[in-house]
Structures are given as structure tokens and as C-alpha cells.
Design a binder for this molecule. Structure first.
Ligand SMILES: C[S@@+](CC[C@H](N)C(=O)[O-])C[C@H]1O[C@@H](n2cnc3c(N)ncnc32)[C@H](O)[C@@H]1O
Length: 215
């Protein structure tokens, strides 16, 4: 997969400029809904590309033992502040998820705690960026983190959205072929990202998957 590659500096700049429309400060409605509907009990978990930390802090408040990771040091610093303000413990790491060795090195001492131990994996808007840079590297990271029984909630841009603006777009067929070797896709449906000032957010996919059994 080739395409426009963004460095961590690009993401840092977006957070510093306030050019981060995904960063509503509201917990993802789909995260709330799916955790309830699929009866996801508190467990060891990871948010891939956690940004400024709204969702990881929410998960920690619900009793999840959660790792939040993002390539933007600015975003991770904000997530750290949010966790302190909320009085919760969240493991946070600056790492490029397209390089599988990064996360291992960054979390160092606690690597064994997360290596193939995350029973719940959440991704809101990271995969649809990372796949354009290095899909194989990104999936290798996911494979390193996901427990054998892991369930993964993916929110990403939708190729059926006619709008020019908005998040990177992915087709249903691409999701199925890219995730299919690692995860069984239980269901996939359309949704709208959080409203912005009453205007429905961009069209997305919400996808629920279960880690395939490995030998
Ligand atoms: C659309 S934002 C979503 C942030 C967060 N999940 C949320 O819902 O607020 C995408 C995030 O992925 C991060 N990201 C993009 N590519 C990445 C990569 N290769 N490794 C780690 N993080 C990445 C960006 O820094 C950004 O914070």
C-alpha cells in the first residue's frame, strides 16, 4: 500500500494548531455503544492512535487496564495530563505503530504485560492513516499486542462518503481483505463520526472483529 506518508511532526503540528477535528473531547459514541452491546468487560486493552486520550481515560475510568499509544508526543502529553486530572492510571507511549519494534522498545519494562495480552483493541482513526504508510508494519504491531481471544473495534473513514473532505476513506472490501487474515469480521456497518456543531460528522465504518485462532 503506498500513499501520503505523515510523520509524527505532522501530527504534532495538527494538535498544536488545533487542526484536529476528531478531537471533540467527547467519548466516542460507538465505543460506548459497542462495549455495552457486546458486553466487553474491563480487561487489558489498547487504543491504537489514542490522540489526546479522551477514550483511553474513559476506559480506565471503567476499570480497563489500558495502554494508549500514538506517534504524536504532543497528543500523548495531553493524554497524560487528562489522565492525571481524571485521577486514573493509563499506560501511555509515543510510538510509530507502523514499526512493530517501536512499541516494544517504548514500553520497555511493561512489554511483557501487553505482548499478546490485550483482549480489547480499539482504533478510532489510526488504521485509516497508518495503512497508507505501512500496512504490514501496522498489522504486525496489532498482532504483537492482541491476545489470542482479542476483540477489536475499528472506526474508520468510509469510501462511500461522497464528501471530498474528512478522514481517509476505506472500502468495505479493503477492510475485509486487510484485516481478514488476522481477524474474523463479525459485523461491519456504517455510522457517522461525532457531530460538529450539529452537522453530522463524516461517514465511517464501524467494524467488530475477533482474533483468529493461531496455531
Ligand atoms: C484521527 S486521529 C484519532 C485520535 C484518537 N483515536 C481520537 O479518536 O481522538 C488519528 C491519530 O492517529 C495517530 N497516528 C497516525 N499515524 C500513526 C502511526 N503510524 N503510529 C501511531 N499513531 C499514529 C495520530 O497522531 C492521531 O492522533
Amino acid at each position: 500500500m503506498t500513499g501520503k506518508s505523515h510523520s509524527s511532526a505532522h501530527w504534532d503540528q495538527r494538535y498544536l494548531r488545533g487542526d484536529a477535528p476528531w478531537n471533540s473531547g467527547l467519548v466516542s459514541r460507538e465505543l460506548l455503544r459497542v462495549v455495552a452491546e457486546e458486553h466487553v468487560a474491563p480487561c487489558r486493552s489498547v487504543e491504537l492512535g489514542c490522540g489526546a486520550g479522551t477514550n483511553v481515560v474513559h476506559l480506565a475510568q471503567q476499570g480497563f487496564d489500558v495502554l494508549g499509544t500514538d506517534c504524536s508526543a504532543v497528543a500523548i502529553e495531553r493524554a497524560r495530563t487528562l489522565a492525571v486530572e481524571a485521577g486514573v492510571v493509563v499506560q501511555l507511549a509515543v510510538a510509530d505503530l507502523c514499526r512493530a519494534s517501536d512499541i516494544r522498545e517504548e514500553i520497555g519494562d511493561v512489554a511483557a504485560k501487553f505482548e499478546r495480552q490485550c483482549s480489547f483493541v480499539f482504533d478510532r482513526g489510526c488504521y485509516h492513516c497508518a495503512r497508507r504508510v505501512n500496512l504490514a508494519g501496522f498489522l504486525e504491531t496489532v498482532e504483537w499486542l492482541a491476545a489470542p481471544n482479542a476483540r477489536l473495534l475499528l472506526l474508520c473513514g468510509n469510501g462511500n462518503d461522497p464528501a471530498q473532505q474528512g478522514p481517509p476513506k476505506v472500502t468495505e472490501a479493503e477492510i475485509r481483505s486487510e484485516w481478514g487474515p488476522l481477524f474474523e469480521i463479525e459485523w461491519i456497518r456504517e455510522f457517522h463520526f461525532e457531530d460538529r456543531g450539529g452537522i453530522p460528522g463524516p461517514l465511517g465504518w464501524v467494524c467488530w472483529m475477533i482474533r483468529r485462532l493461531t496455531a
